[in-house]
Write a protein that binds this ligand. Structure first.
Ligand code: ZN
Length: 386
């Protein structure tokens, strides 16, 4: 290995790329200035014997002469987006970077990579041109430049909006899935389409704090969700307008309490577990007698129940027995063979199976306790305890 003060005798590097070999020696000067100070001139000692013109340079091929061109092209593309911060990443030809690291390591690895200098210098130009800030940690837009083909890709950070939804129909799934492939609207699509209408984004995703069955209404204080708009052109939309658009869409859903949030919130939201209060309409194969029914209900009221994964969801969830608590069950009304029950239960209780028994997979269950064949004909979530 050559010493840091060694003379550079290569004959295929420009002044800037030679200067960059010693980027860590002293501060306050550009690589070109540093390179210049090393050039050996007549009667003087210097480190660089034969610098070449940038276009002839084996590492940079004169790319730094095109910085303005890159900056204009990027600024033009970025001008379509509303953003505050950005970051640049770049790819250089393998022969350039391997030649560079070989040379730099042979002179003591005191240099800086061409990528780093290119990104920094280009970043400065764009900051100035667009009055935007470079942000290494969490940029709104990441620009990836492939210098081999002068190709650029924009990766725009998604926007995340938190809110709560209520659903007043029994036909709409929360998100699209194969089982309901014939369903046109989902909560995700109704909110997402309106959102992207405002942001100019392309895709959208709804992240829910759990989900109710398609035929279950979500009433009361609503279910928390975060909606993500991908590739947004605009990052600051009027949330009241979004709420208004969704709520007046006539699709049978309502959203409220909207606020901007971050990707990190999605995970937290998905991990939250809340007890829920349901209103269930239970139908029997015969008339329901109030006193004995109330007696049967005491068998699940305040009790721990054991539920093996229901048959209806067993294709999508692993088969296991869960232990969950049913906090409170009360009779609201009885009409002939139908009863309305208010049920408060721990997160994760399958309410339909708590009533039907699911062929003995839920124990105890109200069908067995009452000796009747009971099913839930209508179910609503009326409160999520949080
Ligand atoms: Zn060069």
């Amino acid at each position: 290995m050559a010493s840091p003060g060694a003379i550079i005798t290569t004959n295929d590097l420009c002044i800037r790329c030679t200067g960059r070999i010693f980027a860590m020696e002293g501060h306050g000067m550009s690589n070109t200035e540093r390179g210049m100070s090393f050039v050996q001139s007549e009667g003087q000692q210097g480190r660089i014997i034969k610098p070449v013109e940038p276009v002839e340079c084996a590492i940079c091929h004169g790319i730094f002469m095109q910085l303005d061109l890159y900056a204009s092209e990027i600024a033009q593309r970025l001008s379509k987006y509303d953003f505050s911060t950005f970051l640049l990443g770049s790819t250089f030809p393998e022969e350039s970077t391997s030649r560079e690291s070989m040379i730099q390591s042979s002179y003591g690895s005191r240099g800086e990579s061409i990528k780093k200098e290119f990104n920094r210098e280009l970043g400065k130009l764009i900051e100035k041109k667009m009055e935007k800030e470079l942000d290494r940690d969490d940029p709104d837009i990441m620009v990836k430049i492939d210098t081999r083909y002068m190709k650029m890709d924009m990766q725009v950070k998604s926007i995340y909006i938190y809110g709560k939804y209520r659903k007043f129909n029994r036909i709409m799934p929360q998100t699209k899935w194969i089982k309901y492939s014939d369903v046109k609207d989902t909560i995700e699509s109704v909110v997402g389409e309106e959102l992207n209408h405002l942001t100019g984004g392309d895709l959208y995703y709804l992240h829910g704090a759990g989900r109710e069955d398609v035929d279950v209404r979500m009433l009361g204080n609503g279910r928390e969700f975060i909606i993500e708009s991908c590739n947004p052109k605009s990052r600051s939309i009027d949330l009241a307008r979004l709420q208004e658009m969704v709520n007046s869409s006539g699709k049978g859903i309502e959203i409220n309490d909207l606020s901007y949030t971050s990707r990190a919130h999605v995970r937290r939201l998905k991990e939250e577990k809340h007890d829920k209060v349901y209103m269930a309409t239970v139908t029997s194969d015969r008339d329901i007698e109030k006193e004995s029914f109330a007696e049967s209900i005491s068998g699940i009221n305040g009790k721990v129940i054991y539920q093996r994964t229901p048959l209806r969801v067993s294709t999508s969830r692993s088969d296991l027995v869960r232990e969950r608590k049913v906090m409170c069950v009360s009779i609201e009304d009885i009409q002939k063979n139908s009863a309305r029950l208010k049920i408060e239960a721990e997160a994760g209780v399958y309410i339909k199976e708590l009533i039907s028994g699911d062929n003995g997979r839920t124990n105890p269950n109200l069908s067995d306790l009452s000796g009747m064949k009971l099913v839930i004909s209508e179910l609503d979530v009326i409160e999520i305890k949080r």
